[in-house]
Design a protein around this ligand. Structure first.
Ligand SMILES: [Zn+2]
Length: 435
């Protein structure tokens, strides 16, 4: 975590403010600006925690706030502890503690056990950065030990490209978000879905007549919530302006003065558009983009020196080959559209499923416009497997979409996210009952 002090701004300041709000109960709207109010709150918190009272948020102060961002704390288990008493002591619930510790009979005195706080882990009112993603993934995996977290590769700057897997079923599907940096609002969409799904599995429940437990047994869902972590940090301000990477991006962006910086940045941190990197019509994409002036590293639309030259795209490609998905959803913003075609491929059931997605979301199935019809993840997936693959363009407006659209986007896409699984084998009729 970056050391933060008065005057700093960005997504990690929002993260700090969210941690403080949860830890102290003092309602403070996270505005991403480390000003006098934030400093005063920090000074009081440092005093209460017996830390050096300097108003600067370094590793030790962060450490005291991280449990509130991960959504759990650790407790040294005693033989006379009960989940009920622990729930009262820590603002948790017996059910949440039981979900996090599924084998209570095997707990040993002195062992550190996970106590989830009684709240949702996935924030939807602050901008996302790679640090927040790591904290939340850790929180979800600790609360719901059946969710598996792994890294499918590393970004240019060395951030893990995280994957969360849920389910034990034979049918494997893959959802991903934030290939494009300034479309990071798609990250919390997938993360909230993961949390809701995992919670439904742990505590029982159903959606539109389908039990979460049944989804869990029929499908395995891989979620890569942030394909492009480096540049998400650039766009949301978590990457400090003093870093070499920031300065390099600024230099690239200066060559494209019509694209606002950093808000207009879609590419990875080296100026390669990750969704123009896949080996499906890559040469055609290069021709089209070069003709529009994107013939070198750029905030968007540069295809890179070769297909899969960027480590992020290469990792996604490699993972898809390994996983052999029956279906993929690639999340982007914006337009409320469902792109389902690539060239003349017409995977069985794909058009029909797109129409079902339309009926639960009001998003429109659309033909990909010619100028962006190649080298995308879903293009490659359809070409490779001739199976249903979709680019979902969520929300409406100018990227990056404002967080006030989040609830609407999530509601519109919840049915699509379910259909990505149950739509595959004719169970979709039950979705008629969706709220
Ligand atoms: Zn996009």
């Amino acid at each position: 975590m970056r050391t933060l002090r008065k005057g700093d701004s960005g997504a990690d300041v929002e993260l700090l403010q969210t941690g403080l709000r949860r830890a102290t109960g003092v309602p403070q709207v996270p505005d991403g600006q480390f000003g006098s109010n934030t400093k005063e709150t920090i000074l009081r918190w440092q005093q209460a925690q017996a830390l050096a009272v300097d108003g600067i948020v370094g590793p030790r102060t962060w450490e005291t706030l991280l449990p509130f961002l991960r959504g759990y704390t650790l407790h040294e288990y005693q033989s006379d502890d009960t989940f009920l008493a622990l729930a009262v002591q820590y603002d948790s619930t017996p059910g949440a503690i039981a979900a996090a510790n599924p084998e209570p009979n095997q707990l040993r005195p002195g062992e550190q056990i996970v106590i989830p706080y009684n709240r949702l882990v996935v924030p939807t009112d602050i901008r996302w950065c790679s640090s927040l993603l790591e904290l939340v993934l850790d929180g979800i995996a600790k609360r719901f030990p059946f969710v598996e977290i792994s890294s499918i590769g590393r970004s240019v700057l060395g951030h893990p490209i995280w994957q969360a897997s849920i389910g034990t079923g034979p049918v494997r599907v893959g959802y991903n978000a934030a290939h494009h940096a300034n479309e990071w609002i798609t990250t919390p969409v997938l993360m909230k879905f993961l949390e809701q799904y995992a919670s439904g599995v742990a505590h029982g429940g159903n959606v539109g007549g389908v039990e979460y437990e049944r989804l869990f047994r029929h499908y395995t869902l891989d979620i890569v919530p942030m394909v492009n972590p480096d540049a998400v940090d650039l766009v949301t301000g978590a990457l400090g302006k003093e870093t070499a990477a920031y300065r390099m991006c600024k230099e690239i962006a200066d060559g494209f003065p019509d694209i606002p910086f950093p808000e207009g940045w879609k590419a990875n941190i080296e100026g390669v558009d990750l969704n123009l990197q896949y080996p499906a019509g890559w040469e055609k994409a290069r021709q089209l983009k070069y003709a529009r002036g994107f013939n070198r590293p750029a905030p968007r639309d540069y295809v890179g020196p070769a297909p899969l030259s960027a480590p992020e795209s290469a990792a996604m490609h490699q993972r898809a080959l390994q996983a052999d998905y029956q279906l993929i959803l690639a999340y982007h913003t914006q337009g409320k559209l469902i792109y389902w075609k690539y060239n003349d491929y017409n995977p069985a059931g794909s058009a029909e499923l797109a129409r079902r997605m339309q009926s639960v979301s009001s998003y429109l199935p659309a033909e990909t416009p010619d100028y962006s019809s190649s080298a995308g993840y879903k293009d490659w997936f359809i070409q490779q497997y001739n199976r249903p693959g979709y680019t979902i363009e969520a929300g409406q407006g100018k990227n990056p979409l404002p967080l006030k659209q989040f609830d609407q986007i999530y509601n519109d896409n919840f049915g699509i996210l379910l259909l990505g699984m149950i739509g595959l084998d004719g169970e979709a009729d039950s979705l008629g009952a969706l709220p």
